[in-house]
Ligand binder design. Sequence first.
Ligand SMILES: *Cc1c(COP(=O)(O)O)cnc(C)c1O
Length: 440
Amino acid sequence: MADIFTGPEPDLAGLLAARPALEMHASAGLCFEGVPLNLIAERFCTPTWVYGAASIRARYATLTEAFAEAGLPLHIHYAVKANDHLAILSLLRHMGAGADIVSQGEFLRARRAGIAPAHIVFSGVGKSVPELEAVLAQGIGQINVESAEELDILSATATRLGLTARVVLRMNPDVDAGTHAKITTGLAENKFGIAREDIPALYAKGAGLPGIEMRGLALHIGSQILSPAPYETAYTIAAEMVRGLRAQGQSVSVLDLGGGLGIGYHDEPGMNPAAFAAVVRKTVGDLGVRLVLEPGRYLVGPAGLLLASVLLEKRTAKRFVVLDAAMNELMRPALYEAWHGILPVDAARFHHPQTPADVVGPVCESADCFAYDRALPDLPPSALVALLDAGAYGAVMSSPYNARPRAAAVLIDACTPHLITPRQTHEALWADEHIPGSEL
Ligand SMILES: *Cc1c(COP(=O)(O)O)cnc(C)c1O
């Protein structure tokens, strides 16, 4: 599992040095994209998600430039599930991105943000008939089919509507992406995709089905992949499959390369876009297909942080730093044992002596822990901390567990913080609930 980080934990200075959007100012404290986080906490309270527009734009540009330099035209379909906020979707649309969606809700979000149906790809192992009807009626660009059963359902649905679905088959290449077991998707034992050996027959079947236009293949081998090596293996298999299908007389015009490009949660470099583009060129660059990429985390992960306040430090046999943010905001540590950098916002505190602490939230679950034995300076009540790299799979996984209202979200653009989600009110938590037999 070479791609799982095994190095020593970076110290505070190392975390800062690896993140150019963050700067520590002697008086203003920790700043993100030029805005002091103190100021954001003062104006919007905590916990608050803070996203940086410049970071997202820069990451999008780095990726597209790497492909341009490799001489490969690339179509980016942002994986909406990573962060589905309308402001983020709109920003990426303006950069030229389409969307990769996994539900009708995400389709409608993408539409609301102005992304054209033709630029939307529908992925996912289970799509309901009403969902398929809705996206087909709106003229969705591509549907990634994940099973023989789904192909039949889609054919019947499209035919009933008198429409044609543009279909790509998601192949499971049976490649180990070397990532966490809960985010690997390209192994034969995973629920995703169609077994390699079943692709040729299913592709031929699809080409003959009413309401179906076979366009090509898709694959997505997992998430948070840091090395181009598993991609090279998977794309080599995909290229062989495309050639094999064409040799059988099938038309293949699209290759959807999936997402999964990893980021550096510690101080390791994330996926190198130039190295990734080189692998794409080497493996599938000469197929003459439309190349689609579905990055989520890579574009938005490092562009967001969760700003929280310390409620208190509790010292028992251990040192616990209790925050006002919890697993119901950022679930990744509880769900995936994910590691997030944690920085104090106060500049002076940055240089104080550090001792190990468990950084926890107030939710009534032992899993509500952001970090174990993390070296941190003393953090008095109301001290601010930033949980780093929380732009992807953060707010989207939030829940109101323990009747905790949804946190606020702020987008910094050109050094101006914009409130893009106000903090939810307590009343909103039960606004949709009814007590039978009561007027309440
Ligand atoms: C989740 C997902 C993505 C995005 O994954 P990232 O790791 O965020 O890049 C892309 N495509 C499919 C099919 C997915 O399920």
